[in-house]
Design a protein around this ligand. Structure first.
Ligand code: ZN
Length: 267
């Protein structure tokens, strides 16, 4: 399949799927997310592929959902239409990454914000470069309740997640490493090689044992409430989309964001 907004490369037993809109800081349009989901399924079904890496071309992993596209195409959506759109592209696609039977690694440099943060954190592991930074400013700046998939308490701990979401601040790679959200931090020029090395190490393990181990680890998370919490938050997030607070904040914020030419960043 030919893709227009992602790039796919095979490096040995490792499939690399890149966000490929560097001029837009890899903003996730509906096309990009559809392509990423299709490429993930393709890689999962390919017997030659042992590990899947999700990355981003250019200076950033992804600055989040393509807000400009959202403004143009989905501004007039009903509650039902928004629910269907977000359920498919954000909740289902995210959980497909989480549930992928093969190990997944996010390879993160530069901005990893909101929707980008969501995709990266669905991966089993994250390798980040020193310049990587993470943020979910959706509560603070848009008055919605975080991004659609609230994996935050599971990947960074409850206290850190509260501060991160209540302030909307950026978290650097070293802090993310300290909190255990990121597996390792390397210098920017070494990022892809370090990620490939980790992937090859995993690719050399017996694949069925790896698959079973991942299932068990994910089930442990489910027993701690992961899936129920994720599904509950998705509905809460939909409620936040129809509040007066959201409408007022979004209108003011979006106008300012568009004026700054940075409309691609956020919810
Ligand atoms: Zn949303």
């Amino acid at each position: 399949m030919a893709y227009t907004e992602i790039a796919v490369e095979r490096r040995g037993a490792v499939a690399w799927l890149f966000h490929d809109r560097p001029e837009m800081r890899n903003a996730e349009s509906s096309v990009l997310l559809d392509e990423l989901d299709a490429a993930l399924r393709e890689a999962a079904a390919d017997d030659e592929v042992r590990v899947i890496v999700i990355g981003g071309r250019g200076d950033h992993f992804s600055a989040g959902h393509d807000l400009k596209e959202g403004q143009e195409k989905r501004q007039g959506f009903s509650v039902e239409q928004r629910y269907a759109y977000e359920e498919r592209r954000y909740l289902e696609y995210s959980l497909r990454i989480w549930d992928c039977p093969k190990p997944t690694i996010a390879c993160v440099q530069g901005a990893c914000i909101a929707g980008g943060f969501m995709v990266a954190n669905m991966c089993d592991m994250i390798v980040a470069s020193e310049d990587a930074f993470f943020a979910d400013p959706v509560c603070k700046t848009l008055a919605a309740s975080a991004v659609e998939v609230l994996m935050h308490p599971f990947v960074m701990g409850l206290r850190a997640a509260k501060e991160f979401l209540f302030t909307g601040r950026r978290m650097g790679a070293e802090e993310a490493l300290r909190l255990g959200m990121v597996n390792r931090v390397v210098k920017r020029p070494e990022l892809e090689a370090a990620t490939q090395k980790l992937a090859e190490d995993i690719a050399s393990a017996p694949p069925f044992a790896i698959k079973l181990t991942k299932r068990s680890l994910n089930r442990a998370a489910d027993m701690q409430g992961f899936r129920d919490a994720i599904n509950a938050h998705f509905d809460t997030h939909q409620l936040a989309h129809v509040t007066e607070e959201f409408r007022r904040t979004r209108e003011a914020g979006l106008a300012a964001a568009i004026a700054r030419g940075k409309a691609q960043t956020a919810v």
